[in-house]
Design a protein around this ligand. Structure first.
Ligand code: ZN
Length: 280
């Protein structure tokens, strides 16, 4: 069945197959992109998220069913830069049907850090890219996509304003995290990120790195070490125990949150940062 579908899509020369509904078929490589597509698409787009809830998106593997679904979609949104090589490889055969949002206008990419979605201002650039492509694919509903994008833009601008207001007055500016997901967020709001593991959450930190971070926590009197739900808290806890720091959870939003959405999870992150960094 799957092979037959794949064959049919291939024979149509990359044109989207006739959909059973008139909704735009969207594939998104992981949650933040799926969320933007769902919000901007409203009831006019069917969105599939290639990173299952609770899974790590770094180096995600795709099932054959997912590959088929992407082949049949009108568009796939993904992040390049080596974040998800299996997705990038699929994208390389899709021509203009695959949209790399990384590095598009407003989504500046620095070094090798893919975590642009944790900066609400860069999310505004992602909204523009997604809305522009949906409007181009489905011109009859271009006005509807524009309206939804404007509403999402206001929501993200409000989020940015609140981050700016709260994080402008903190006792501590050192943000110690389990992996380096929060670099853009730190840069936007004047914090200094110290990641225990590097940019790729799959990489285990060395004993030397753990000792280095523990020393940093001691020397800077860091009160809170942040960890993530998808990663084992063990590493952050080891450093917290050694140094007497507390631990708290930050959600890097690398897969769909268990409750609420991007904005709700970012607001929980802001509460955790406010407490952990002593912002008043
Ligand atoms: Zn990450």
């Amino acid at each position: 069945m799957a092979l037959a579908l794949l064959g049919a899509a291939a024979c149509s020369g990359g044109e989207p197959p006739a959909a059973s509904s008139s909704r735009v078929q969207v594939a998104a490589a992981f949650y933040p992109l799926a969320w933007v597509a769902e919000r901007v698409g409203g009831g006019n787009a069917d969105v599939i998220d290639l990173t299952p809830q609770g899974a790590e998106p770094h180096d995600v593997e795709l099932t054959s069913d997912q590959v088929v679904a992407v082949t049949q979609a009108d568009v796939m949104f993904y992040l390049g830069g080596g974040f998800q090589p299996a997705v990038e490889e699929l994208a390389s055969g899709m021509g203009e049907g695959a949209v790399d949002v990384l590095g598009s206008e407003g989504v500046e990419f620095v070094g090798e850090d893919p975590h642009v979605w944790l900066d609400p201002l860069r999310m505004l650039g992602i909204v523009e890219v997604v809305a522009g492509r949906l409007a181009a694919l489905d011109q009859g509903r271009a006005a509807a996509y524009k309206t939804k994008a404007a509403s999402l833009t206001r929501e993200l601008e409000a989020l940015d304003a609140d981050f700016r207001a709260v994080l402008g007055h903190c006792e501590q500016r050192e943000l110690v995290t389990s992996h380096e997901a929060f670099g853009y967020l730190a840069e936007s709001y004047g914090l200094v990120q110290v990641g225990i593991a590097g940019i790729d959450s799959a990489a285990e930190p060395s004993p030397q790195r753990l000792a280095e971070v523990a020393r940093f926590v001691d020397e800077h009197d860091v009160a809170t070490v942040f960890f993530e739900r998808l990663l084992s808290p063990r590493i952050a806890q080891t450093i917290a125990e050694e140094t007497g720091a507390a631990t708290a959870v930050l959600d890097p939003l690398e897969s769909r949150p268990q409750a609420g959405d991007y904005t709700a999870a970012m607001r929980l992150n802001l509460v955790a940062l406010e407490e952990g960094l002593g912002c008043r």
